[in-house]
Ligand binder design. Structure first.
Ligand SMILES: *[C@@H]1O[C@H](CO)[C@@H](O)[C@H](O)[C@H]1NC(C)=O
Ligand SMILES: *[C@@H]1O[C@H](CO)[C@@H](O)[C@H](O)[C@H]1NC(C)=O
Ligand SMILES: *[C@@H]1O[C@H](CO)[C@@H](O)[C@H](O)[C@H]1NC(C)=O
Ligand SMILES: *[C@@H]1O[C@H](CO)[C@@H](O)[C@H](O)[C@H]1NC(C)=O
Ligand SMILES: *[C@@H]1O[C@H](CO)[C@@H](O)[C@H](O)[C@H]1NC(C)=O
Length: 593
């Protein structure tokens, strides 16, 4: 399938040599993409024809390879261009579509009565956004939109296939939302046995340990700073630096809760303030009852660790209100694209961004995963460190009970496979796994493994091959892709986090806790670089794998079971459970600044 698309593209590339007028316009629709809906989705009813849907059309880019090459140059500490981050205009030079593509696509849109004034283009013109009634989208794309319901209740408006005239197949890479049945889940988990109000934080020092004894049972900001060797660092570049947290699925970050959290865990901190940015009208609802555990966890630890670095919280893709009307246009959003579109248009972006949401990679159509991943490459090339939770299903799916995980592949063969999480599996982001306890061991749920979509990037080849060399020959053959991008890259504490939620103290965990924790420390590293007059770290992985190995606490105990197997083992050096290990801030400062 992929090869087929590629050859079509090459054919079209050749036809670029001729004038657009000479391209024969055969308007017969041909299937561009069709998918089998992932497990758990049932078709309900046709979407209402007059409900609006916001389509995003991705045009083929001329030179993503050039952008990738540039990203690797500017992220390689030994390269002359290290830290020479790109502007919106620099990026556009690489990813802009060929003029012929623009001509043909514009003409096709016009033939459907769609004008320039009806569409919004990305700065590089490689994405077109337009909102139109479902009935028109169906006619243009030769498809039918239905409401689909997941077994856990979520409803999406999606199609299982869509079509375009053949001559456009080599110009339009994908159109969403169509075939993307997202199951984007936030990864924070409440531990039922720990839900009761946590003990008041004692600070009995354990002899010969720089970490408070209480940190065994309750992770606070102070524990993180002690454990990761960041006590006493004072941010100095708060006028330039920033840290951002993404919120999806209607998760609201509550400012009053953040304030109470600071009151308890960050004595001396002033009134908690952060900037809320609404993406496509989703607001950060400050009603106490609307506060989200995930959003509160992410903001409290990321902003608390990096305090007083200015924080930003984006609210994207809330759960739409359910109206008891058969024809309610339910969720037809595509939240990652909505957020990326907005943030990549901004001149100033917080230099560290953490996201604790994920889908099982195999439930995401390859074309979609690939283009979204390329947008993360753009963020990295702008100088942003993009951080994702690696997932909470060990080597399996997001189902927290490993014994009931279903690891059938989603293709028609129903073979079994480990299930890495996306976007963690994108090679241009930093994936954070989970640890627990002191001394630290791997958390059993720590998402880890190998992408089935993205080949292994050169920066991690050596570390990952060294791990694979230690695996007994034949281990888990057929269950994972030995040549894939491997996750996680790093890890951090992920259980027993003490946060404030809806006015109460609760205990919470998951790689959802690990990602903002790691991000908070990265924001401090970026602070140190800015204070020294240097550019921010941007895309971290090439630096971390090349020079960072000894700036991490190697985690060598534990494993990440899933899919009915014991999973991988944490070992000396990189492993697909805890990556390079947990950060040692002082050592990282030496490496990074
Ligand atoms: C247009 O394409 C369709 C499908 O490939 C084909 O059957 C048809 O003959 C073509 N029409 C012309 C005028 O070439
Ligand atoms: C990346 O660096 C290499 C080697 O220094 C250079 O040849 C290449 O042109 C650079 N790529 C970009 C896009 O700047
Ligand atoms: C497109 O623009 C033309 C001229 O500006 C206008 O007459 C027409 O109504 C527009 N079509 C749509 C669909 O908005
Ligand atoms: C905010 O959340 C509260 C509690 O869930 C809800 O009653 C209220 O309608 C929400 N406000 C908005 C503007 O969505
Ligand atoms: C994990 O370690 C155990 C104990 O040493 C060993 O038996 C097992 O084969 C290892 N598993 C993997 C996947 O390496």
């Amino acid at each position: 399938m992929k090869l087929f698309l590629l050859s079509l593209y090459l054919l079209t590339a050749i036809s670029f040599a001729v004038a657009a007028d000479l391209v024969p316009r055969n308007l017969t629709l041909q299937v561009k993409e069709d998918v089998k809906p992932p497990r758990g989705w049932a078709r309900l009813r046709r979407a209402h024809p007059s409900g609006n849907i916001r389509l995003r059309i991705a045009l083929y880019q001329q030179d993503f390879a050039g952008l990738e090459n540039s990203l690797y140059n500017i992220s390689d500490p030994d390269h002359a261009h290290y830290g020479a981050h790109l502007s919106i205009e620099d990026i556009a030079k690489f990813v802009a579509p060929h003029p012929m593509t623009l001509t043909l696509v514009d003409e096709w849109l016009a033939s459907h009565g769609i004008n320039e004034s009806d569409i919004v283009r990305s700065p590089a013109k490689d994405w077109i956004t337009l909102t139109l009634p479902v009935s028109r989208a169906e006619r243009i794309l030769g498809t039918e939109y239905y409401q689909w319901q997941h077994t856990d209740g979520d409803i999406l408006v999606r199609a299982t296939a869509y079509s375009l005239p053949q001559y456009l197949h080599g110009h339009i890479e994908l159109i969403q939302p169509t075939t993307m049945f997202r199951r984007t889940k936030h990864r924070a988990r409440l531990y039922p046995e720990e839900l009761e109000v946590a003990d008041s934080v004692t600070t009995v020092n354990q002899p010969n340990k720089r970490v408070d004894y209480s940190c065994q049972n309750a992770i606070t900001l102070r524990c993180i700073m002690q454990l990761y060797n960041a006590v006493g660092y004072k941010p100095r570049a708060t006028k330039k630096n920033g840290i951002g947290i993404t919120g999806f699925l209607g998760q609201n970050a509550n400012a009053k809760d953040l304030n109470s959290f600071y009151h308890e865990q960050l004595p001396g901190a002033k009134q908690a303030e952060f900037k809320s940015i609404s993406v496509y009208g989703t607001v950060n609802n400050q009603s106490v009852a609307a506060a989200g555990e995930e959003a509160n966890l992410d903001t409290q630890f990321a902003f608390g660790i990096s305090y007083p670095t200015p924080g930003t919280f984006w609210s994207t893709g809330g759960t739409p209100p359910w109206l008891p009307d058969d024809h309610t246009p339910t969720d037809s959003n595509e939240p990652y694209l909505d957020w990326l579109d907005l943030v990549l248009r901004s001149k100033h972006i917080p230099q560290t961004i953490s996201t604790s949401y994920a889908d099982d990679e195999q439930t995401v159509p390859f074309t979609y995963a690939d283009r979204v991943c390329k947008l993360f490459a753009e963020l990295g090339s702008r100088g942003v460190s993009v951080i994702f939770a690696s997932g909470d299903g060990g080597v399996g799916d997001g189902n927290s009970d490993p014994s009931t995980q279903q690891c059938d592949t989603n293709d028609r063969k129903h073979s079994r496979s480990f299930l890495p999480g996306f976007p963690a599996s994108c090679p241009y982001v930093t994936a954070v796994g989970g640890t627990t306890g002191i001394p630290e061991v791997a958390a059993t749920f720590s998402g880890g493994g190998f992408s089935d979509y993205f080949p292994r990037p050169a920066y991690q080849d050596q570390a990952v091959n060294s791990y694979l060399g230690k695996l007994r020959h034949g281990t888990y053959d057929g269950l994972f892709n030995h040549l894939g991008r491997a996750i996680p890259d790093v890890s951090a504490q992920s259980r027993k986090f003490q946060i404030v939620w809806q006015g109460k103290r609760i205990t919470i965990g998951g790689t959802s806790a690990a990602a903002p924790t790691f991000a908070g420390l990265v924001a401090l590293l970026n602070d140190a670089r800015l204070a020294a007059g240097r550019p921010t770290l941007g895309f971290l992985n090439p630096l971390l794998y090349k020079q960072g190995e000894h700036a991490f606490n190697d985690i060598v105990k534990g494993m990440n079971p899933g899919c009915g197997t014991p999973g991988f083992n944490a070992t000396t050096g990189w492993d697909p459970v805890t990556g390079l290990g947990t950060p040692d801030f002082k050592k990282l400062l030496k490496v990074c600044v």
